[in-house]
Design a protein around this ligand. Structure first.
Ligand SMILES: *[C@@H]1O[C@H](CO)[C@@H](O)[C@H](O)[C@H]1NC(C)=O
Ligand SMILES: *[C@@H]1O[C@H](CO)[C@@H](O)[C@H](O)[C@H]1NC(C)=O
Ligand SMILES: *[C@@H]1O[C@H](CO)[C@@H](O)[C@H](O)[C@H]1NC(C)=O
Ligand SMILES: *[C@@H]1O[C@H](CO)[C@@H](O)[C@H](O)[C@H]1NC(C)=O
Length: 565
């Protein structure tokens, strides 16, 4: 029984095999549908339809998927790189002054040009400009006689990796170097990690991968339509391997985001934006200053977490790196301080991006030396103010003037006299030419106004006013003069005093013409208050008064000025 059944199965298979049926599975296996006599084509990958016809869309998706995986963010560029040829020209021209770059492009121009050529043909095929037959002959012509596509792909790989004969750097590093040098020589501004820089790097990286992928797609298409699809798997493998290696290399030495508040060249974000030993000269916005001035990418890390800060007037900000953190200390210069921050302030940032900061102000003086010459500091943490306004050492009726070296001096304000430091409290008595007796005239205790007139010797002699004449003693006789001066007191009576006997600061008015060297003072005799002139005689100080009889009196008051405040 069992043997019979087995034989029957074999018969079935023979009967229902695809041989002889009108189903023709081009790229697939013919499979029976169970319990029927029908068969179907189970298609190999990338083939579709009842007869397993080539499905190019699938192939494209697959290759795209492959390239997107190791190289993210490329989707956009694959659709935007429309004219690869123009872009190549643009890249070459943007850095044509750089010899190394030019050499690389010349060296690998056969590969890039070939890849561009078949990509263009592929685009023309897809948009219907050329037929499939035309495509096959053109692409085939590109690779006859010379190297096969795989050799070109390997060459391209060498260019990307910098592993070709005589190569020293991978193509991204060469491009980066040219970009930095070229821009710096033109503007003098740092170009590293600017928007321009990262845009150029992005575009370049995407372009290179796009060109590689477009070429692989074009060649895959050629293999498909020429019936060599069995080679596609190997091509895919090589391509995937190359792209992964290239992408890893481009990202291998990068330091990632370089960021800080107010940092202007903060556009290095991706790993491939930077590379080992790359130095970036930092630039902050506004009047901010960067720390450090230059960061270096090394071992996958920037040498410091940068920070931008406002400069400190009358002080300084010193930053340092401390195990990945950035610590800045703001101190005031000697003589300066801050009332609100008496101690130096510290700004610490443990991880990037560090915010920018404005250090506290050093706007309070602590020493006179930081103030202007005519100013002093008002306190321990004070303000520079005019010396005289802060502390005038002057007394009443005295004027303060600030002098150099933060000092000041005082002078009496006219007509006040005295010590400007203790106060200018007196005014000079004044001789006034008049016939009347002013109300503020200096009077004796008997109310006689003090006057002086020119005597026969041509000098002044003091006496008292009576009947609009000045009565004075001269040579032992009484004299009258109608032309005289009256002694008045600007202080209205408080600026003088009669003091018993001769005094050191008596009011004098002339030197004697008759006895050179003898000084005349004002005096008034005690007995009747008559006013006369006092001078030192052989018998001591005597008051000489105009009266009959004894004109010399040793019992007298001397007139002494006194402060009137
Ligand atoms: C690319 O195509 C142009 C013409 O379309 C041809 O002259 C040139 O030689 C080709 N380049 C390469 C490297 O084959
Ligand atoms: C097809 O693609 C080629 C190459 O990119 C282009 O020059 C041509 O204008 C396109 N034609 C159409 C009809 O889109
Ligand atoms: C491209 O040209 C260079 C030298 O000009 C040569 O070494 C290299 O083999 C060429 N590449 C291919 C794939 O023919
Ligand atoms: C510190 O200086 C500022 C600006 O000059 C001033 O306004 C402030 O009053 C000063 N502080 C003290 C305590 O004097």
């Amino acid at each position: 029984m069992a043997t019979v059944k087995m034989i029957l199965t074999v018969l079935y298979l023979l009967q229902y095999s695809c041989f002889g049926s009108d189903v023709n599975c081009k790229q697939g296996d013919c499979k029976p549908i169970q319990d029927t006599t029908q068969v179907f084509c189970e298609c190999h990958k990338m083939f579709r339809g009842p007869a397993c016809i080539i499905d190019y869309t699938d192939l494209e998706d697959k290759i795209n998927g492959m390239v997107y995986k190791p190289v993210p963010d490329l989707t956009a560029i694959y659709f935007s790189v429309k004219e690869l040829k123009d872009f190549t020209k643009e890249i070459v021209e943007s850095v044509r002054h750089d010899i190394q770059w030019t050499q690389i492009f010349v060296k690998y121009s056969n590969v890039t040009e070939k890849f561009r050529n078949i990509s263009t043909l592929h685009t023309q095929l897809k948009n219907g400009t050329i037929t499939q037959r035309h495509y096959v002959s053109e692409v085939g012509a590109e690779f006859t006689g010379g190297s096969s596509f795989q050799l070109y792909l390997t060459d391209f790989h060498h260019m990307m990796m910098g592993t070709g004969f005589g190569d020293k750097h991978n193509i991204l590093d060469i491009f980066r170097k040219s970009l930095v040098q070229d821009s710096q020589s033109q503007s003098g501004e740092p170009v590293e990690c600017t928007k321009y820089y990262s845009d150029q790097i992005d575009y370049f990286v995407r372009y290179m991968f796009a060109l590689e992928k477009e070429a692989v797609l074009a060649w895959s298409k050629y293999l498909l339509v020429t019936g060599k699809s069995e080679n596609i798997d190997l091509l895919e493998k090589i391509f995937q391997d190359y792209v992964s290696q290239q992408w890893r290399l481009f990202n291998k030495n990068g330091c990632g985001p370089l960021k800080a508040g107010d940092l202007q060249n903060s556009h290095c974000e991706k790993l491939y934006h930077s590379t080992a030993q790359q130095q970036v000269k930092l630039k902050c916005g506004g009047s901010h200053k960067p720390f450090p001035e230059i960061v270096v990418c090394s071992g996958g890390q920037w040498s410091a977490s940068p920070v931008c800060n406002e400069e400190q007037v009358n002080g300084r900000v010193e930053c340092r790196s401390e195990g990945g953190a950035t610590v800045c200390k703001a101190t005031c210069s000697s003589g300066w301080g801050s009332a609100t921050h008496p101690e130096p302030s510290e700004y610490k940032c443990s991880q990037p991006p560090c915010p920018s900061f404005i250090p506290h102000q050093c706007n309070n003086c602590t020493q006179n030396s930081v103030c202007k010459d005519n100013e002093v500091c008002t306190g321990a943490f004070g303000t520079c103010r005019d010396t005289c306004q802060v502390r005038s050492p002057c007394g009443v009726n005295a004027k303060c003037s600030s002098s150099s070296n933060h000092g000041s001096s005082c002078t009496c304000e006219s007509p006040w006299k005295g010590d400007p430091y203790s106060g200018c409290k007196s005014q000079d008595l004044q001789w006034v030419h008049t016939r009347d007796v002013p109300s503020n005239a200096v009077r004796s205790k008997t109310q006689l106004a003090v006057c002086k007139a020119i005597g026969p010797d041509g000098g002044w002699h003091s006496g008292y006013v009576n009947s609009q004449s000045c009565n004075f003693e001269y040579d032992g006789k009484s004299n009258q003069a109608s032309n005289y001066e009256v002694l008045v007191d600007p202080c209205g009576g408080r600026g003088w005093i009669w003091v018993d006997g001769e005094q050191g600061n008596m009011v004098s008015y002339d030197e004697s013409k008759r006895f050179p060297g003898v000084i005349y003072f004002v005096c008034s005799v005690k007995s009747d208050g008559l006013v006369g002139k006092l001078f030192n005689t052989r018998n001591g100080f005597l008051c000489h008064i105009p009266r009959n009889g004894g004109t010399k009196d040793g019992s007298f008051y001397a007139l002494v000025p006194q402060p009137c405040l």
